[in-house]
Design a protein around this ligand. Structure first.
Ligand code: FA5
Ligand code: MG
Length: 420
């Protein structure tokens, strides 16, 4: 496979597991409505959709398919990417600046599209197969059977192409039931980028259309990595998305591990033909703003972005890409293990959702530490370790024990497992 190296971003190329095939779950505690932005403003005039956050009854509908918790509802409308001095707002602006400098006036910017979208936009128009795991209510938040909280900004690709835009950046909050750890959160922010090329562009290069688009894509994203991070160690992995071919992921070496920061590829031609016009080729990417901000600002835990703590927020300022987060405190973690025989109702995402609903952002990590299946009755026993830790205070034993007791009771009752 091709390996494109440019600037001083060091990239190796290797094959990897599929992405967007196994979307991972997530969750945490409730957030005050005071954090919400009253009137989001779009950058693109025609898309100015100044719209108040949805009311609770629009989101928690009581329909059978609805699986949205209060905790998630409270996050809608917070829009961290609209806050210019917040790391998520700063990184968004830094990416805008890069695209403006490298292709002046080319990319339209949309950042206030409504997060409730149809399953058609979120899945069908992106060619996500009917049986794809990301459609499962285990992975996606359903408002009703045909509406979801978007699980990626790709939900806006087709409609934006239909508006006739040939180069755009769409930023927004996205929602996923996912696992719980320092780099996964049930609500996060993505930026989608799309660029459409016409035949004159690739024929002048002497490359075929796909090769031309793939090279331009990788050069563009490597340039972005260099703009944001300077000399950072990164690598390209081949992967799979239903909506691109070929497809890649970019990982950056951060805190001793490879961290996936974006997915991208050459747009499936059907999407372009149906929603734009024939005779073109395009690339697309979707990047995780929290992940990039973690690397750039040295933020060790994704929960910090939501903390609202002045000791966190005061360390960042619009336009300052040099800030490095200085931890203001380190409080001890508290570990609680819970073992049980699983049930049909059990899934890791369901467990994480339940734990997040009870412990909120005090939950740092939920990890499977032991699993075995008894040869006698074919039953599976799992042991999960839950790490509790506050970002801003010490926790008492009583407090943690009370949370853990509730977690145990609810896990037994709602997920119908047998505690051991
Ligand atoms: C997607 O969401 C694709 N829509 C991206 C894409 C767009 C590919 C256009 C091709 C063309 P994926 O599920 O891998 O892909 O998520 C993209 C990025 O979102 C990840 O690389 C990561 O940076 C971020 N991300 C995913 N899950 C979480 C999470 N739970 N918390 C924080 N960031 C996350
Ligand atoms: Mg991925």
């Amino acid at each position: 496979m091709r390996s494109i190296k440019s600037y001083n971003v060091r990239c190796v190329h290797q094959t990897h597991y599929p992405a967007f095939t196994a979307v991972r779950p997530n969750r945490n505690f409730a957030r005050s409505h005071s954090l919400r932005n009253a009137a989001p403003a779009s950058v693109l005039e025609s898309d100015r959709s100044v719209r108040a956050p949805p009311s609770k009854s629009e989101i928690i509908t009581g329909e059978a398919s609805n699986n949205i918790t209060d905790y998630i509802y409270e996050k809608i409308g917070v829009n961290l990417h609209h806050q210019p001095n917040h790391p998520i707002g700063i990184i968004k602006q830094a990416i805008y600046d890069y695209f403006e400098a490298s292709s002046p006036g080319t990319f339209s910017k949309l950042d206030d599209l409504y997060p409730v979208v149809t399953t058609t936009a979120n899945f069908d128009e992106m060619l996500v197969p009917p049986d794809h795991v990301s459609r499962s209510p285990n992975d996606t938040y359903y408002v009703s059977s045909d509406k979801v909280l978007r699980c990626h900004t790709s939900a806006h690709q087709a409609e934006t192409l239909r508006k006739g835009l040939n180069a755009f950046l769409v930023t927004g909050d996205v929602y996923r039931r996912d696992s719980i750890d320092a780099t996964h959160y049930p609500v996060f922010h993505q930026m989608e980028g799309v660029r459409v090329f016409s035949e004159t562009e690739w024929s002048a290069s002497g490359l075929d259309a796909t090769e031309f688009a793939a090279r331009d894509l990788k050069a563009t994203l490597e340039g972005l990595a260099k703009h944001l991070f300077g000399n950072v160690e990164c690598r390209w992995l081949d992967t799979y998305f239903p909506f691109t071919e070929p497809s890649y992921e970019l990982e950056i070496f951060f805190n001793g591990k490879w961290l996936e920061v974006l997915g991208c590829g050459v747009m499936q031609q059907t999407i372009l033909d149906k929603n734009y016009k024939p005779g073109h080729r395009a690339w697309a990417f979707g990047l995780g703003l929290e992940r990039l901000a973690m690397v750039l600002f040295d933020v060790p835990d994704i929960r910090l972005f939501w903390s609202g703590d002045e000791r966190f927020l005061s360390q960042f300022k619009a336009g300052d890409l040099k800030a490095r987060f200085k931890p203001y405190s380190k409080f001890p973690p508290c570990y609680k293990d819970m073992a049980f025989w699983t049930s049909p109702e059990f899934s890791e995402n369901n467990l994480c959702e339940l734990v997040r609903g009870i412990g909120g952002d005090l939950v740092e990590e939920v990890v499977l530490i032991d699993s075995f299946t008894s040869p006698k009755n074919n039953k599976t026993s799992n042991c999960y370790r839950i790490t509790y830790r506050s970002m801003n205070r010490s926790l008492t034993d009583e407090e943690i024990n009370a949370l853990q007791d509730k977690v145990r009771a609810d896990t037994a009752e709602k997920l119908k497992v047998q505690l051991r």
